[in-house]
Design a protein around this ligand. Structure first.
Ligand SMILES: Cc1ncc(C[n+]2csc(CCOP(=O)(O)OP(=O)(O)O)c2C)c(N)n1
Ligand SMILES: [Mg+2]
Length: 348
């Protein structure tokens, strides 16, 4: 038995009283917005620190398998997940660590998963984000073959509509995934059946090492999606307030029977595809530009600009760091899987 206290819940962002009342004197909605952004900041810093800790484990020779870089995608995965209700379901992909966290998967389980330990989500059957799901948290495990999570999400959403349940499914794909036949087929079916699914396309301009312009004859993902008959909006994926606003609207519309909604969120990976990838093929000026658009730093400066004390943000940052340190310690002390369990969950 683990003598340590259970994985603590993230510190809720404290209610904030903004001094920056809007010109209209709308102090209440300003406070509400700031409080929500503080919540997003708490989750985004947790995602950032967790991603950095996992990278450090690999770079110091303690990693197993592989791990995908999250840096630059935090506003998308956190912002979209924060728009969901408790009964909704997500089918995240490999850059959505923030989404797993918001839905309640703890840093302890996630680090143990990444290290292939028995206490990880798949009990050591994978040492990556693949298959990392927990239906008790409304998280469908990520399917490695891209974008196979998409038809599963559409099927789940269609089932909700068929049963008359007002539940929404949120899923994600990349710009590479959005050029596949499965993307078009899944969205076509979703539109025909008015399935309540929200698809976030994380357009980071690369699919592994292939730039958008080399894998898409028409790189306008939103235009291609609208041509399928699906209502689509585009947002700056490095600006969490914009992601939240678009996701809130899309989830409400899908829940209200409006059918599928797609949000194309433009961002840029700030590192390579995965831990083994130094991104040498990305022009240095592009990487520098993405560093300058860091979604976490942008949110911090937006919040301080609207009157939040830097010490309050430092406190959220320190809480996130402490949770991650605890998770790393827990995972490193966790046992490897028992070989006797190797056939558990094998169906055929
Ligand atoms: C069907 C399939 N082919 C190849 C891969 C290997 N692979 C994993 S991630 C990836 C890049 C996907 O690019 P994109 O959809 O743009 O998402 P991103 O990684 O940029 O977030 C590839 C090719 C895969 N997982 N599935
Ligand atoms: Mg991509």
């Amino acid at each position: 038995m683990d003598p340590r206290p259970p994985d603590p819940a993230p510190a809720p962002a404290q209610s904030h009283r903004s001094d920056a009342v809007t010109a209209e004197g709308d102090a209440t909605s300003t406070d509400a917005t700031t409080d929500r952004l503080l919540t997003a900041y708490a989750w985004m810093t947790l995602t950032r620190h967790l991603d950095e800790a996992i990278r450090t484990l690999w770079l110091t020779g303690r990693g197993v398998g592989g791990t995908f870089n999250q840096r630059g995608h935090e506003a998308i995965s956190v912002g979209a997940a924060l728009s969901l209700g408790p009964d909704d379901v997500v089918a995240p992909m490999h850059r959505d660590l923030g989404c797993y966290l918001v839905r309640g998967m703890t840093p302890r389980r996630l680090v143990a998963q990444q290290l292939g330990r028995a206490t990880g989500v798949t009990g050591g059957r994978d040492a990556n984000i693949h298959g990392c799901g927990d239906l008790s948290l409304g998280i469908i495990g990520f399917i490695s073959h891209l974008p196979q999570s998409l038809p599963v999400a559409v099927g789940a959403a269609w089932a909700f509509a068929h049963r008359g349940e007002e539940r929404v499914v949120l899923t994600f794909t990349g710009d590479g995934g959005a050029v596949t036949g499965l993307y078009a087929e899944s969205l076509n079916l979703a539109a025909l059946r008015r399935a309540p699914v929200v698809v976030v396309v994380e357009n980071n301009r690369y699919a592994y090492s292939t730039p958008l312009e080399q894998h898409s004859a028409n790189p306008d993902i939103a235009a291609r999606t609208r041509a399928l008959g699906v209502a689509t909006v585009e947002v700056d994926g490095n600006e969490v307030a914009t992601v939240l606003e678009a996701a809130d609207a899309a989830v409400a519309e899908a829940r209200g029977g409006g059918g599928p909604r797609v949000i194309v969120a433009h961002t840029m990976r700030m590192l390579g595809h995965a831990i083994h990838d130094g991104a040498d093929y990305v022009p240095a000026e592009l990487l520098a530009a993405s560093e300058a658009r860091d979604p976490v730093a942008r949110l911090r400066s937006r919040l301080t600009g609207s009157g939040v004390a830097p010490e309050e943000l430092d406190r959220l940052d320190a809480d996130a760091r402490a949770r991650v340190d605890d998770a790393v310690e827990y995972a490193l002390a966790s046992p490897w899987p028992d070989p006797a369990t190797v056939t558990d969950g094998v169906w055929a």
